[in-house]
Design a protein around this ligand. Sequence first.
Ligand code: BTN
Length: 266
Amino acid sequence: MNRNEILRSMGDHPWAVKVHYFDEAISTNTLLKSLAQQGAPHGTVIIADHQIAGRGRMGRSFLSPGGAGIYLSALIRPHVPPAELMHLTCSAAVAMCNAIEKTVCLRPCVKWINDLVIGKRKLGGILTELSIDPVTHLVDYAVIGIGINCRQTAADFAPEIRDMATSLMLCAGKTFGRSELAAEMIKALYSMNETLLTGKAALMEQYKNDCITIGRDIQVIRNDTIRFGKAIGINPDGSLIVTYSDGSTECVVSGEVSVRGMYDYV
Ligand code: BTN
């Protein structure tokens, strides 16, 4: 993977001139946030072959070995109230399913809210980070970070995650160009941004189709407490509708949700 190959697959795409490639970054999200604060334009994209300290949701790390994955962050500047972007992570997940399907003819699913999965294993994840203008209270920028395992073999994953993780090569059973997939990811994010505010209902409808969490027994884990429930739907803002055995219903916006039968929840 390199910048020239990525650009070759992008043609004269409007974001092509704003793609930056690094062999190594601490975290593409961290780097892009700092560029955003210095005025980087809407549509700036950072891709790294390797991240030293890739970050995931809820303060977790995201393993980012060189030569194996795609670690990509894109900057958008929708100057709207933050409440208008509640569906951003879901929309990015749909965009990534589209890009992967187009490249390897295999559509991943999504485990609420930000995990890309194939079968019972995690293929990648999305970390979106917003910055709000303190004067206008509108969004100044959003950084959408995506990590996808592409070329790992089972032996490449650490023993403690080997049964929970997968790569596109393992699932598709064939090799493919990471540059080609990176280009499709950027194009999919561009298209997502085009309808982000005007096409919310369609994006969330597709998210619901891709999301394997709905209808499943789940655990909602917050502050060391675990509640067992069933996911029954997703609201237009991306929150997960959960019913519990006492008959109560909750709309979950944060915290960890484990799906029975996936990863290590049996
Ligand atoms: C998660 O699994 O919770 C989200 C993982 C997001 C990882 C991507 S890799 C590119 C970007 N840079 C980061 O540091 N994180 C995101």
